[in-house]
Write a protein that binds this ligand. Structure first.
Ligand SMILES: [Mg+2]
Length: 419
């Protein structure tokens, strides 16, 4: 039985999540802002139709958005992460293998039915996801990952395909590949696409048909792999489990400059608490910890501060990480600087599964306490239980004036349906 690869992708994912939890904004133009309500990072289909550009700073267009009656939301990452988890669970039950590629994208490995037609599968899956989550998705199918990516691009951009397209089922594949600009081929970066354009290779089809030796000499095996994938030979394997992280960073900008040590300590503590939680989620420990902070760039008094320490034995215990990080915070603090961002970087991560035992010291662990805290926070919402070091009021915290409720991950914020 022939196999097929599908790339499934949420349409305007952040904006769709917002529309899905609030029926009053469904079908209306909506934009989502980046951290600190800075720039537009997602637009609903209705906002795209109004020609609102991605990346536009909010302060420049807020009056225009108001006059166009556009709904504005601060980014609600708790909501998007939870919706992503739900989406991936549905996709997993509908495929042989699933590789989660990003928050709203996954590759699925499928068996083709005896008649070869995967369209009914794709349309049924789209309907199921929409019914369960209210999120529209696009499905592109091909023989390989590269082909699936191209098919997904077509599924999204050609309205008559209704969100699903099987490139392998097309008799005239060439004409589809002809329509795809070289920059839109998965894996071809800025440098290679520039080189291609210089050599008059402008489309996916031209890239597929160019001499392999030429690609090999310019871009090596990586370029050759893309060409082979476009021809229909699987060269980029499925990876079901992501590789363990080597480092982890938690950082945020403040809503206003910070001049006080107490506020910087609270901010760093908040990042360490989140970092510890993430380490435990991935069953990892850190042996190097860096605390950093910076002022605004391009100013005569601008500065970047960073100090590093070793955690020995390596740990994911928030109390251990906090002790180390708060000492470092005192070292980087200088009252003459107005810090606008701070963070923690944890490096040399290792798995907890094969940890070296200590001969002369018994590591201090609060495993049961930490797992209980993690469980409570996952059930009742982030920071239900936290460390006092992160502060109760957080006046420095990033601006999220238009935040929607954590409607799917916090009991208190579940929407109420009136019947
Ligand atoms: Mg998407």
């Amino acid at each position: 039985m022939r196999r097929a690869t599908a790339l499934i992708d949420g349409n305007n994912f952040y904006a769709s999540c917002e529309q899905s939890i609030d029926p009053s904004v469904a079908g209306r133009p909506l934009v989502v802002l980046s951290n600190n309500d800075g720039c537009i990072i997602a637009r609903s289909a209705e906002a795209r139709a109004l020609d609102i550009a991605m990346g536009t700073p909010y302060f420049k267009v807020h009056k225009k958005l108001e006059s166009l009656n556009v709904i504005v939301r601060s980014s609600n990452y708790a909501l998007y992460a939870d919706m992503s988890k739900r989406l991936m669970n549905i996709l997993r039950t509908s495929s042989e293998q699933l590789e989660v590629y990003s928050i709203d994208e996954a590759f699925a490995l499928l068996k083709r039915p005896s008649n070869g037609n995967l369209r009914p599968w794709a349309h049924q899956l789209r309907a199921q996801v929409y019914r369960s989550l209210g999120i529209p998705i696009a499905i592109g199918i091909g023989e390989t990952k590269c082909q699936a990516k191209l098919a997904n691009h077509a599924a999204k951009s050609v309205a008559s395909l209704c969100g699903a397209f099987d490139l392998s089922a097309e008799t005239d594949k060439d004409s589809w590949l002809e329509k795809v600009a070289i920059e839109d081929v998965w894996g071809i970066g800025q440098k290679l696409s520039k080189w291609c354009r210089l050599h008059n290779i402008n489309t996916a089809r031209q890239f597929r048909d160019m001499p392999s030796g030429k690609i090999l000499s310019k871009y090596g095996i990586k370029g050759l792999r893309i060409q082979r994938e476009l021809l229909g030979y699987e060269c980029i394997p499925f990876t079901q489990k992501p590789l363990p992280k080597k480092e982890m960073c938690v950082s945020r900008s403040f809503c206003r400059p910070i001049h006080q040590l107490s506020e910087l300590r609270q901010a760093v503590a908040s990042h360490v608490i989140r970092g510890g939680e993430k380490l435990r989620q991935h069953s990892q420990v850190a042996s190097t910890l860096t605390v950093f902070a910076r002022t605004r760039e391009l100013r005569p008094s601008s500065c970047k501060q960073a100090v590093t320490t070793q955690i020995n034995p390596p740990s994911n215990d928030t109390s251990v990480l906090l002790d180390a990080a708060l000492l470092l915070t005192e070292q980087i603090f200088d009252p003459s600087y107005a810090f606008i961002k701070a963070g923690v970087l944890m490096q040399n991560l290792d798995t907890t599964k094969f940890m070296q035992q200590q001969l002369f010291s018994v590591p201090k662990t609060n495993e049961r306490l930490l797992s209980t805290i993690d469980e409570l926070n996952s059930q009742y919402g982030q920071n239900t239980i936290t460390w006092a070091a992160s502060g109760l009021e957080k006046p420095w915290e990033m601006r999220r004036n238009r935040l929607s409720p954590a409607a799917t991950s916090r009991f208190k914020e579940i929407p109420i349906a009136h019947a």
